[in-house]
Design a protein around this ligand. Structure first.
Ligand code: 3PG
Length: 307
């Protein structure tokens, strides 16, 4: 029987698991569930005899790949696949896929949610600010960036975006002002929402040169990856700019320094929760299960990322 391992340190909502199970049952596949596992060794032990694997931000490194015997496909139920060693997988002929767009709305809602939380002084009862009429810059206009624009429009924000990989006409069609550089975006916007992946080109790319271009009362929102931020630059911004705020779904390594020195000017989730909604789990989980079946039965590689 084909075995599909769902390995999630941060478990899916129960409804997502029951839907994944139903899809796998119908295909005659067996679901193996490894949730909240405390050690990477647990994943290494379990991966040995499975044919396919669904993960979230779980680390699929060379050790995991090496420990797999029958593994043919890993689907990252989500967008970013920086947690998977693509080279190790490719070397072992293992297909890696993601499920782009399936959790995008959840992440976008969180981005706007934490902006409101900050603008309203963490709901502490004092007069805050509104988002209406404020400038918002979206860095990368992919699935999440697009959802952020749609929701921000409802708030009446003045929206800009920069994405070197997307035709400006596509951005402008959504009623968003396309700009031609990240510098122009940062210079133009009081709020910046980051939606770039973590890779060799983007790691620490959000640096002082960019951040310092932001106008007074700037708020930087990161629901992408902590690695894209240059943390020395972040600390410099906090120290130099009394009105600079940083809101992030992923706490930076310098979290303690920020927490002890800059009260009221930051928000960090206890753990990454952008995609932590029942809806996002169901969408991404179902997509992942279907992609596995479609690959194993029909060799469909539509969402393969290690081509
Ligand atoms: C993604 O890349 O899809 C998001 O960061 C969600 O990650 P998660 O599945 O670990 O919540």
């Amino acid at each position: 029987m084909t075995k599909v391992l769902v390995a999630t340190v941060k478990p899916f909502a129960p409804k997502a698991i029951s839907e994944i199970k139903e899809i796998l049952d119908d295909a005659g596949y067996e679901l193996i569930l490894l949730e909240k596992y405390p050690e990477q060794a647990d994943l290494i032990k379990t991966v040995g005899n499975v044919d396919a694997m669904i993960i979230r931000s779980d680390k699929v490194d060379k050790d995991v790949i090496d420990a797999s015997g029958n593994l043919k496909i890993v689907v990252r139920a989500g967008a970013g696949y920086d947690n998977v060693d693509l080279e190790a997988a490719t070397n072992k002929n293992i297909v890696v896929m993601n499920t782009p767009g399936q959790n995008a709305n959840a992440v976008a809602e969180l981005a706007l949610g934490i902006m409101v939380y900050q603008a309203r002084n963490h709901f502490n009862g004092t007069p805050g600010k509104e988002l209406m009429g404020k400038t918002l810059g979206i860095l990368a206009y992919g699935n999440v960036g697009k959802c952020v624009a749609r929701i921000a429009k409802g708030f009446g924000m003045d929206i800009f975006a920069y994405d070197p990989f997307i035709d400006n006409k596509i951005i402008e069609n959504d009623g968003v002002k396309a700009v031609d550089s990240a510098e122009e975006l940062f210079k133009s916007c009081q709020y910046i929402s980051l939606h770039i992946p973590a890779n060799e080109q983007t790691r620490t790319s959000i640096n002082y040169e960019l951040m310092s271009l932001m106008p007074e009362n700037a708020t930087l929102v990161n629901t992408a990856r902590k690695e894209i931020i240059c943390e020395d630059s972040l600390l410099k911004m906090f120290a130099e700019r009394k009105n600079f705020n940083y809101l992030s779904d992923i706490a930076p390594d310098c979290k303690e320094q920020i927490e002890s020195n800059y009260a009221g000017r930051f928000f960090f989730s206890p753990k990454k929760m952008g995609a932590q909604t029942a809806e996002a789990n169901i969408n991404a989980g179902i997509a992942a299960a279907k992609q596995i079946i479609n690959f194993l039965e029909n060799n469909n590689r539509t969402f393969q990322v290690n081509k």
